[in-house]
Ligand binder design. Structure first.
Ligand SMILES: [Zn+2]
Length: 658
């Protein structure tokens, strides 16, 4: 087979797998098999750029960075829909339509995201645009291409424009906010904001990582293909688009309302946000008869679901201290059920938020779940107010009593005490967490106990714990086995690479990715000490906020002292660069399989990468080594069949030190 045919075949296989997984929710092949196909395609496309194709599935990885978004004039305006809010208004809408022409309707879920217009020419995606003001939107083609459920190539080579809704599923939303929290970044309030914020990214690689999804719901000029809306949805499916599965036909107002009630129950169980139902006339030839207003079509409307609202009382306002010292006011509530779960606390964000809504202790408040997820106070029921005392922000840290400071231009108050208990504990929890030093057995609870008992006050104390083995064994709930495991995990954490150590130290604005960039650039902590503020700012992708934060931290005597200790304890403060060029792992491709005793998968991968190798997920002829732990399965068999060199853990360890 020639290279070009091979490339085309790979693209077809990957497209089919993508569609099965992301559009139809029926995976065809394992993740590993998918990665293998993708890796092979990337390799071939890199070697043979002459066969590049803008609709290749490798484009879904993203990579182009724009300066700004170009404006796009929509071929047909993107109109918005009129709204109805209750049964009476819905019935009026239906009756008006029925008077004119028809009782044939389609009811669909209204997805809570942002509208997109997609243009295909001869089956190839050529442009994606936001709604904008309905007439002019922005060109977001690069970003949209990274969304896995959007086909870059249709099943038929037709020219067509379609419209749909881009949204962020709950799972992606939680993952994104988790990462942002780890990076000391502000959190997105709800999935819609997160989706909109993601689409505003100029770097499509960021978009690719955020796990957005889409439902396509309309064709512009559909009459060339179908005569009614319900058929249009099926036609879209046949082209390879992801179409929401819940569209329902209804031929009278009672049936429409019944469908809406079903949706209203259903939506609480869906893994994405919806904010209503869309009711459209089914036959297209009636659209012009029914007509349009200036802003919206008269043959469709949106029924807005009532956000579930509950009333309860604020029993007190408490304050949480984060590991950066940020103070978050929290409303403690009389427990109440909202959207299916019991809510007893709601964040009040900061002083400004409380003052804006004039929230006071003992107030009766209305709460809902923002994006069906995070409990939030909507407003105060003023008629029920008994407390005449307006809210006063606390002036000192609830944990260490140090006076708080509100920084210029920020809404948040901070405890500035470097050794505030809340900060110290929070920092150690972050340091030991899976995303940082990955110290098994040193979770939140254990850290709190060890802190209260005086065993650990700062990160450095973690590496002194082995001196107290016997005392630790006597702690309630510990015991010799648990202590031994914990101390072993602490010992192993010393082999974590420099970037994980730097990230683990929890410096403001220095997240996992930034930490990698900085350690790559400087290679060692000594080089970082010598860098000027300008040197740091000049690093690609490092902004002034990050640079200032890092620079001032490097000048702090306490910080320098901490690093001196951690270094002497054996932690990595430089990129380990043994003579990589001659190392046996350099340029080699690894596959990991089975359960490793002394390394996590991530640790083993980091070691291989630090020695110039790379890790892929499936065994092929291109694999050089398979690192096999216990209970290795099919990958090991395949490797044996292909005659690939297999390393056990001991051999691997010896080789890393060679
Ligand atoms: Zn404090």
């Amino acid at each position: 087979m020639d290279i070009k045919t091979k490339i085309i075949e790979l693209r077809q296989q990957i497209d089919a797998a993508n569609q099965a997984y992301h559009t139809l929710d029926q995976p065809l092949i394992s993740d590993a098999a998918y990665d293998a196909l993708m890796n092979e395609l990337i390799e071939l496309e890199t070697m043979y750029p002459e066969y590049d194709d803008p609709s290749s599935p490798t484009k879904k990885i993203g990579g182009q960075i724009l300066d700004k978004f170009e404006k796009v004039t929509h071929t047909t305006p993107m109109m918005s829909l009129s709204n109805v809010f209750n049964r009476e208004e819905l019935y009026k809408f239906v009756e008006r339509v029925e008077e004119v022409v028809t009782s044939d309707f389609v009811v669909e879920l209204k997805i809570d995201g942002l509208a997109v217009a997609l243009r295909y020419e001869e089956g190839i995606l050529i442009q994606a645009a936001t709604r904008g003001n309905g007439i002019i939107g922005e060109d977001i083609t690069n970003n949209v291409k990274t969304i896995k459920s959007i086909p870059l190539k249709l099943a038929k080579p037709i020219s067509i424009e379609v419209r749909g809704e881009i949204f962020m599923p709950h799972k992606s939303f939680h993952r994104l906010n988790q990462v942002r929290e780890n990076n000391n970044e502000s959190l997105f309030a709800n999935p819609r904001n997160a989706a909109a914020g993601t689409m505003r990214q100029l770097d499509s690689q960021i978009v690719a990582q955020r796990g957005l999804d889409v439902y396509i719901y309309a064709i512009v000029d559909p009459l060339q293909y179908v005569t009614n809306h319900y058929d249009a949805l099926n036609f879209l499916k046949s082209l390879g688009f992801k179409v929401n599965p819940y569209a329902t036909l209804a031929n009278n107002k009672e049936a429409i309302y019944a469908a809406i009630e079903t949706f209203d129950n259903l939506r609480k169980t869906l893994p994405y946000d919806t904010d209503g139902a869309v009711i459209k006339v089914n036959p297209y030839d009636k659209y012009d008869v029914i007509g349009y207003t200036a802003k919206s079509p008269k043959w469709a409307t949106a029924y807005k679901f009532q956000a579930e609202i509950a009333e309860t009382t604020i029993t007190s306002i408490t304050f949480q201290v984060g590991r950066t010292g940020v103070i978050t006011p929290v409303a403690e509530l009389e427990p109440v059920v909202v959207s299916g779960t019991t809510v007893s606390r709601a964040t009040l964000h900061n002083e400004d938020y409380i003052k804006l809504k004039d929230i006071r202790i003992n107030d009766q408040v209305r709460i809902h779940k923002a994006g069906e997820i995070i409990p939030e106070v909507i407003d105060v029921v003023m008629s029920q107010r008994i407390n005449q005392q307006p809210f006063e922000m606390i002036q000192s840290c609830p944990i260490c009593q140090t006076p708080l400071r509100r920084l210029e231009g920020e809404a948040d108050h901070y405890c500035m005490n470097e050794s505030c208990d809340a900060k110290m504990i929070g920092q150690m929890i972050h340091f030991a967490s899976r995303v940082a030093m990955d110290i098994d057995g040193l979770g939140e609870k254990v850290i709190e106990i060890l802190y209260e008992r005086g065993f650990i006050k700062t990160i450095t104390d973690i590496y002194k714990l082995s001196q107290y083995q016997e005392s630790l064994e006597t702690l309630p709930g510990f015991g010799p086995k648990k202590v031994e495991k914990l101390l072993l995990a602490i010992e192993q954490s010393k082999s974590q690479p420099f970037h994980k150590v730097l990230f683990g130290l929890g410096i403001k604005h220095i997240g996992a990715k930034v930490s990698k960039i900085i350690t790559q650039h400087f290679q060692s902590i000594e080089n970082m000490y010598q860098a000027s503020l300008e040197d740091i700012q000049n690093i690609h992708e490092i902004g002034p906020e990050i640079a200032n934060s890092l620079f001032s931290m490097l000048k702090k005597p306490d910080f320098v002292e901490m690093i001196r200790y951690l270094k002497s304890a054996g932690l990595n403060f430089e990129n380990v660069q043994k003579d990589i060029k001659s190392h046996a792992f350099n340029g080699k491709t690894f596959v990991l399989t089975g359960k490793l005793e002394n390394y996590s998968r991530d640790q083993a991968s980091d070691i291989i990468e630090s020695l110039g190798g790379k890790v892929t997920s499936s065994v092929s002829k291109l694999t050089d080594y398979v690192l096999a732990g216990s209970d290795a399965g099919s990958k090991l068999k395949k490797a044996e069949a292909l005659g690939i060199q297999i390393l056990d853990e001991a051999t691997f360890k010896d080789m890393t030190h060679a």
